[in-house]
Design a protein around this ligand. Structure first.
Ligand code: PEP
Ligand code: MN
Length: 352
């Protein structure tokens, strides 16, 4: 349920309403929007009558039920107001959200060694990326494939962060690793394979770093939003949703089907910011540029693109990784679309 307060309601009155509703056994959450304050209520609201709540204060404009199974992540819970996820980085705050410029995240699938991660960071930063991605702990289908360097790769990410000033996005697979990952990461990634790892979701929800929640490869949109609900229910409202392609019957040419229709669908259901990952979404570097452009045209808030200094030698996901030169060429193409949708801020660098 949500309680929509009238424009101009005094702060004291909003707090009084919240306190009153707490005595009813509810958990009020104050949501400050651009013009209005909304009080979100989660708890045993089924037996409550909206009119009873309305009587608590003359400053209450309306009381509405959130009909969807996901509550805190739903657009209704914020009365239609999209939320921003603000991430502090060494180069300043970066904001993911509908009314902000598109945020580019780039980097290799895995952190392989210091030279390659620092080189990639420097190159993608120069091209306009705001975050470096790179896995220290890798979820691999085969136990015989490269599993990531683990803790030592976190130190390399920290070095790349120092060298470039970029924010760091890296994946957590095991709750036991969360604290040390959170020391280095500015955003913690929960990968497709762990989207419904509920104990992991509760743990990332109980810490303060923003979370990038990738869509499970066979997850419905409702399952994905319910997974995000776990994180918000545990206290962390800074969640970004990342579409990375879903399973297809036809893997002959593309690794997954990148579900770009999810952008308007999510927009109608949730206030959370959206990221699109055309690298895992297609599995082939040559398909990445057109899908990245389409994602911007379709209204994404952010893009995640795999970039490797030498894709042919990459320890994971080489075929879908762009070279730094290809990434340089892509950025001005993205800028054309980004400017058309009025979501491109940074000047486009000119490369020789
Ligand atoms: C990744 O980002 O490298 C990754 C493993 O992604 P996903 O979980 O989407 O497969
Ligand atoms: Mn990858």
């Amino acid at each position: 349920m949500i309680v929509v307060m009238k424009v101009g309601t005094p702060e004291l009155e909003i707090n009084r309403v919240g306190e009153e509703l707490t005595t009813w056994g509810l958990t009020p959450e104050k949501i400050v929007g651009q013009s209005k304050v909304v009080i979100g209520l989660v708890g045993e609201t089924a037996s409550l009558n909206p009119e009873q709540i309305q009587e608590v204060s003359p400053w209450i404009e309306t009381v509405l039920r959130v009909e969807k199974p996901f509550k805190r992540v739903s657009l209704d819970y914020r009365h239609g107001q999209p939320s921003d996820v603000v991430v502090p980085t060494p180069n300043g705050d970066v904001v993911f959200g509908l009314n902000n410029p598109i945020v580019i995240v780039a980097g290799p699938c895995s952190v392989e060694n210091e030279e390659m991660i620092v080189e990639t960071a420097t190159r993608v930063k120069a091209a306009g990326a705001k975050f470096l991605r790179g896995g220290a702990y890798k979820p691999r289908t085969s136990p015989y494939d490269f599993q990531g360097h683990g803790e030592s790769a976190l130190e390399l990410l920290a070095a790349a962060r120092d060298a470039s000033g970029l924010g760091i996005i890296t994946e957590v697979m095991d709750t036991a690793d969360l604290d040390k990952i959170a020391e280095v990461a500015d955003v913690i990634q929960v990968g497709a394979r762990n989207m419904q790892n509920f104990s992991l979701l509760k743990k990332v929800g109980a810490q303060s770093k923003p979370v990038l929640l990738k869509r499970g490869m066979s997850a419905t949109i409702s399952e994905w939003l319910m997974a995000a609900e776990y994180i918000l229910a545990a206290g962390n409202t800074n969640v970004i949703l990342c579409e990375r392609g879903i399973r297809t019957f036809d893997r002959e040419f593309a690794r997954n089907v990148l579900d770009l229709s999810v952008i308007p669908v999510l927009r109608s259901l949730t206030h959370l910011p959206i990221m699109i990952d055309p690298s895992h979404g297609t599995g082939k570097a040559e398909y990445v540029p057109s899908m990245a452009m389409a994602a911007i045209a379709g209204g994404t808030d952010s893009l995640m693109i795999e970039v490797h200094p030498n894709p042919a030698k990459a320890l994971s996901d080489g075929p879908q990784s762009l070279t730094p030169d290809a990434f340089d060429r892509l950025i001005p193409e993205l800028a054309v679309i980004g400017k058309a949708v009025q979501r491109w801020e940074t000047p486009v660098p000119v490369f020789a």
